[in-house]
Each structure stands twice: as structure tokens, then as C-alpha cells.
Write a protein that binds this ligand. Structure first.
Ligand SMILES: Cc1cc2nc3c(=O)[nH]c(=O)nc-3n(C[C@H](O)[C@H](O)[C@H](O)COP(=O)(O)OP(=O)(O)OC[C@H]3O[C@@H](n4cnc5c(N)ncnc54)[C@H](O)[C@@H]3O)c2cc1C
Length: 354
């Protein structure tokens, strides 16, 4: 196609966007990655990755996660607590979780994208997309407004994706609010990621994560629910105090953001959505980083296969079907399960893998 500056413009430099840029630039595509945040931008996140993630990330981005991106304790056990409390709780056997610094992880990926040959622009927000013979975007950076054109757009701009809103203005993206607090270390906890399942605290999940010199606690709640997310966090703290001697002393930080809590949307035409923008996040654990990177790979493969001639959405949706079906089933589970079901879920998880 003529009159274009890049093969692909990726909007959003989180894990989904950076992994897409790495995959495409490594294959020789001319890629522009536009990120509205500055270098080392922090995204509210627990910063934990499941057991399989490092190997998968390495396969896709071509390098292993460096030590300085990891946080102490670098490896955590997985500990589940059912509605009935600590007496029936325990570690999931033969499983571990990786603890990372989210700001450094994202910057590491953006740097890899640049090393692979992508043009990476920080402090640059995409404020409009228009379709002519190809796609034109308008970028607002601190000094100026510029435009860029490409054959493909990848919307990797997170759960509140403006690319998705532009494509499907009539469909609001369902979300779950996740609020988390960083506390000075307290309580009787092992070096584990704790998942707490109790309907009067969260319909989906509550969690605790030990970080180098703090403890994160958090939970997911649907918007406008009563009690609201802040009141539910007070309940969580009270439960942790009773069961695990959690005594809140100093609150270091409090933050909230959202995760998708709906369905997978692959995009339209030559505009592909990846990661949270596509609705790919696990509503039972809040895990989204691995899904972001996996969807990035599928979207990149579809773009490479399309070679500018075909609509890549079909290939992408087919490649990602396993993930999107999993998200659908977990959504259904979260929306219908009661405390008996949560109790059974934890019991089954704890009896596995022996
Ligand atoms: C409180 C909380 C805790 C979580 N904990 C975990 C966890 O421990 N482990 C896990 O796996 N997942 C966790 N998640 C989910 C995880 O953070 C997301 O699934 C993941 O960040 C999705 O990656 P992404 O690249 O799709 O989107 P994002 O990481 O949101 O990246 C989107 C990027 O796009 C940029 N952007 C947005 N709009 C524009 C624009 N118009 N122009 C340019 N740039 C733009 C943003 O600045 C951002 O950098 C958590 C989520 C929340 C809210």
C-alpha cells in the first residue's frame, strides 16, 4: 500500500503492545509503538506471574526476564483460603508464582521492542484514528500533534481502550474494579501469593502478595455494587486480622484500576485488539499479563500471515480461541458460583498435584 509511514502502529506500550511490537519488528515489519506514559510508567498491578509465564514470555520476546525486573521474594508459593477460613486453607502443591516489579517489567519490554527495531514513542497519546486507504492516527505528545499512517493498527491500550471505543462505540466494555493497598509487612503469612475466596468479600477474588518491603492486599468488585470496593477492603482486613493476625499499621499506598470482566473482542478489519483491550483477563485471579503477551503473539502471527492482503481478524480469533473460551467459562463461573462452590473449588485445588 502506498502513502504509509509504518506497516503497523501499536497503540499502548503495556505487555500486550510491547510484545506485539517485538514480534513484528523482529520479523522485519516497520512498527511504531505509541505510549502515553513516560519511561518507567507504573500501572496499578499485583505484579505476579503464573508458573508457566517466564518460559512463555521468553519464547515470545526472545529473552528471559532479567533479575532486576524481579522482586523479593522472587518465587512465591500459591496459597488458597476458602470461605470457611484458615482451617481449610493451604498451599497448592508443586506450584509457584513469580514476583515482578511491574514498572520495570513493562520498560524492559518496551526497550526490547526498540532493540528489535520498533520506533517507541513515550509521552505520546493517540487521540484519533481515521480510516482512509489505510489508517491514520493523530498523536499528541508534549511538544506537538503529529500524524502517522499504517496498514494495520493494534489496539493495546488497556481495559479502557479508546481504540475499542472507536471501533464499537455502542458497546461498553464490562469491567471489574480492582482496588489494592500496600501495607507495611504484618501478620502470619508465608512467602506465598494468597487467593481468598469468600462471597461477602468479593464475588471473584481477593489476594495478598508479599513484596520486598510491603504487603499488597486487594480485591475485585463490580462497579456500583453495595457494599462498594472500599468497604469490602475493610471487610477483607478484618477477616485477615481474625485469621492471620494481620494488624494494619502503616498504609504505604492505595490504588485502583479495572480489569475486563466480559467477552473477547478481536477487533475489526485491519485493527486488532490485544490484552485487556480485547477483554482478555482471568476474572477469578485477575491474571492478565500472560494473556496480554499470548494474545500479542497471536495477533502478530495473524498480521504476518495476512501480508497486507487479507483480513487477519479471522486467523487471530481462531488462534486465540482456547484463551477466549477459558475467559468465557471463568466469567460464567464467577457470575454464578456461591460459597459452597468456592469451598469446593479450593478443596479441589488443594488436593491436586500431590
Ligand atoms: C489492581 C490490579 C492488579 C493486577 N494484578 C495482576 C497481577 O498480579 N498479575 C497479572 O498477570 N495481572 C494483573 N492485573 C491485570 C494486568 O495488570 C493487566 O491484565 C495487564 O496490564 C494487561 O496488559 P495490557 O498491555 O493489555 O494493558 P496495560 O498494561 O493497561 O497497558 C496499556 C498501555 O496503553 C497505554 N495507553 C492507553 N491509552 C493510550 C493512548 N490513547 N495512547 C497511547 N497509549 C495509551 C497505557 O499508558 C498503558 O501503558 C492486575 C490488574 C489490576 C487493575
Amino acid at each position: 500500500m502506498s502513502n504509509r509511514d509504518f506497516d503497523v502502529i501499536v497503540i499502548g506500550g503495556g505487555p500486550a503492545g510491547s510484545a506485539t511490537a517485538i514480534s513484528l519488528a523482529s520479523e522485519g515489519k516497520e512498527v511504531l509503538l505509541v505510549e502515553k506514559g513516560s519511561r518507567n510508567r507504573y500501572k496499578p498491578c499485583g505484579g505476579v506471574l503464573p508458573l508457566v509465564a517466564p518460559e512463555m514470555v521468553e519464547d515470545i520476546v526472545g529473552e528471559s526476564i532479567p533479575d532486576d525486573v524481579r522482586v523479593d521474594p522472587a518465587e512465591l508459593g500459591l496459597y488458597y483460603v476458602p470461605p470457611s477460613g484458615r482451617d481449610n486453607s493451604g498451599r497448592v502443591k508443586n506450584y509457584s508464582i513469580h514476583n515482578i516489579d511491574r514498572a520495570q517489567f513493562d520498560q524492559w519490554l518496551r526497550d526490547l521492542a526498540e532493540n528489535a527495531g520498533a520506533i517507541v514513542k513515550h509521552d505520546s497519546r493517540c487521540i484519533d484514528i481515521a480510516k482512509t486507504d489505510n489508517y491514520k492516527i493523530v498523536i499528541d505528545s508534549s511538544e506537538e500533534k503529529t500524524t502517522a499512517r499504517a496498514d494495520f493498527i493494534v489496539g493495546a491500550d488497556g481495559v479502557r481502550s479508546s481504540v475499542r471505543q472507536k471501533l464499537f462505540p455502542e458497546k461498553a466494555t464490562p469491567m471489574m474494579i480492582v482496588e489494592q493497598e500496600h501495607w507495611e509487612p504484618t501478620g502470619d503469612f508465608e512467602d506465598c501469593f494468597y487467593g481468598f475466596f469468600r462471597g461477602n468479600i468479593s464475588i471473584s477474588y481477593a489476594y495478598l502478595i508479599p513484596k520486598a518491603d510491603s504487603l499488597i492486599i486487594g480485591l475485585g468488585a463490580v462497579p456500583h455494587q453495595e457494599p462498594n470496593v472500599a468497604q469490602l477492603l475493610i471487610r477483607l482486613r478484618a477477616w485477615l486480622e481474625k485469621e492471620f493476625s494481620f494488624v494494619p499499621k502503616q498504609l504505604l499506598k492505595k490504588e485502583a484500576w479495572s480489569i475486563p470482566f466480559g467477552y473477547f473482542v478481536p477487533g475489526e478489519g485491519n485493527v486488532l485488539l490485544v490484552g485487556d483491550a480485547a477483554g482478555l483477563c482471568n476474572p477469578l485471579s485477575g491474571e492478565g499479563i500472560r494473556l496480554a503477551v499470548e494474545s500479542a503473539e497471536a495477533a502478530s502471527s495473524a498480521i504476518l500471515a495476512a501480508d497486507g492482503q487479507k483480513n487477519p481478524i479471522v486467523d487471530y480469533a481462531r488462534d486465540i480461541r482456547g484463551l477466549s473460551e477459558m475467559i468465557k467459562e471463568l466469567n460464567e463461573f464467577v457470575r454464578t458460583v456461591d460459597d459452597n462452590g468456592r469451598e469446593k473449588f479450593v478443596r479441589d485445588e488443594l488436593s491436586r498435584g500431590g
